[in-house]
Design a protein around this ligand. Structure first.
Ligand SMILES: *Cc1c(COP(=O)(O)O)cnc(C)c1O
Length: 240
């Protein structure tokens, strides 16, 4: 059994971190003239133990993000079943079938082969986001902006999948302002996709998953509906 204080998962510290993050969210909403209810906090719990997740759950957090299939599956069985799990990591097509029953939103769909695998292998209907590599970084997943419409059309034609919006990761940088342009591009891409999708379908395309610990306030100012925050809540990850 790990000592929660030794490992940094002191309930008091987590509570304070959550209050700080929530305050930053509401201040950013205020600056942007948005209602705080428009932004959902996804607590990114990858590499952190179920004990730490349980503390945030007790404090009212219901959305948690994970990046590794086996870790997700292990955690789901040990925590309350009203948690909404978000899968945010790169996904191999051969793992697709494990996710359908477990998760509420898959943020990282970035290629047609994965879409086809999800349609073929998942047992349940799934809500997905298309991940876009706005900055064209070689080390990151995501489709290029010019392939996005084709990827969307592929996903839309699958009976088990519903596209809810877009996700991106801005390049790592010390200055959160450097993310702003990338978030703006993602928002413009969502607007274009809604026009392409046409009336009736466009309203389902409402989510923008963007912003992490260092830049989620900027992301909210630029229209994020889901922010994925790990380090600012749980502290540093031991391994990744
Ligand atoms: C790990 C991860 C996060 C959380 O990053 P922090 O900087 O710890 O907030 C968010 N999004 C994705 C896709 C991640 O892999």
């Amino acid at each position: 059994m790990q000592n929660p204080i030794m490992t940094g998962y002191d309930p008091q510290r987590l509570h304070e971190a959550l209050l700080r993050v929530r305050r930053t969210i509401s201040e950013a909403c205020e600056r942007a003239g948005r209602a705080p209810g428009e932004v959902r906090l996804v607590a990114v719990s990858k590499t952190h133990p179920v004990e730490a997740i349980a503390i945030l759950y007790e404090l009212g957090v219901r959305d948690f993000g994970e990046s590794y299939v086996q870790e997700l599956v292990d955690k789901v069985g040990r925590l309350p079943n009203d948690i909404r799990w978000h899968f945010i990591g790169g996904l191999q097509s051969n793992k697709a079938r494990f996710l359908g029953n477990e998760i509420s939103l898959l943020h990282s769909v970035d290629r047609t082969s994965l879409i086809e695998a999800l349609q073929r292998r998942s047992e349940q209907p799934m809500d997905i986001l298309l991940q876009v590599n706005v900055a064209a970084e070689a080390t990151k997943g995501g489709t290029s902006p010019d392939q996005l419409v084709a990827l969307y059309d592929c996903a839309r034609s699958q009976s088990k999948l519903t596209v809810r919006g877009l996700m991106t990761m801005a390049p790592y940088c010390d200055d959160p302002e450097s993310s702003r342009g990338h978030f703006r591009v993602l928002r413009a891409l969502l607007d274009e996709l809604r026009t392409h999708a046409g009336e009736g379908v466009a309203s389902a395309l409402s989510e923008l998953s963007m912003g992490m610990s260092d830049d989620f306030a900027v992301a909210i100012e630029e229209g994020a509906t889901l922010v994925r925050v790990g380090t600012a809540l749980f502290g540093d990850r031991q391994s990744d």
